[in-house]
Design a protein around this ligand. Structure first.
Ligand code: HEM
Length: 148
């Protein structure tokens, strides 16, 4: 434990939850944009507008929010308020790593749309849209219920 951080636990937790909300809002919305973008003709005015919306959402909200979520999550651990040997924490971190992997996939798909080389259907993005939801439900149950 870093002594200077001991009293900071509730503040780090508050900032962590604020960052999580922003990250999840973006992770739910970006694949929704992909669903509609997949049906827009490359080069059309609509497709170009989706490109701007997707770039701004990723760069201004989703990327900084993911960094802040990780930062404050790790800072909570430095306070010593949570034992590092808890099973729920290990399971939570595993799901968060998958969430971060999905973030990487969304980032790659956004780049493909930006360069007019998307290969996936609207149906594919509809399914991908569900993944962050399922992960978020698992993570919140692990961190609140702490079933093991
Ligand atoms: C990025 C890596 C993450 C780390 C290292 C991390 C770590 C932590 C830790 C140590 C706590 C304190 C738990 C406690 O006091 O009992 C916490 C709280 C919390 N985390 Fe995370 N977390 C991460 C990502 C996430 C994500 C992605 C979500 C949701 C999708 C999330 C949701 C929450 C919630 C809701 C709480 C508050 C629980 C409470 O009220 O006690 N975290 N996190």
């Amino acid at each position: 434990m870093i002594d200077a951080f001991a009293g900071a636990y509730p503040w780090f937790k508050a900032l962590h939850v604020i960052s999580v909300i922003a990250w999840m809002a973006g992770m739910f919305y970006l694949p929704r944009l992909f669903v509609y973008h997949a049906d827009a003709a490359p080069g059309s005015e609509l497709s170009e507008r989706f490109k701007v919306m997707e770039r701004r959402l990723l760069k201004a909200i989703i990327n900084p929010a993911m960094i802040a979520t990780w930062l404050f999550g790790i800072l909570i651990l430095t306070t010593g308020a949570v034992s590092l040997s808890e099973g729920w924490l290990h399971a939570k971190i595993a799901l968060v790593l998958i969430m971060s992997g999905m973030h990487g996939a969304f980032s790659a798909w956004r780049r493909a749309f930006a360069e007019d080389r998307n290969r996936h259907s609207a149906r594919f993005y509809r399914w991908m849209n569900e993944v962050p939801t399922v992960l978020m439900i698992g993570i919140v149950i692990l961190v609140i219920v702490k079933p093991f």
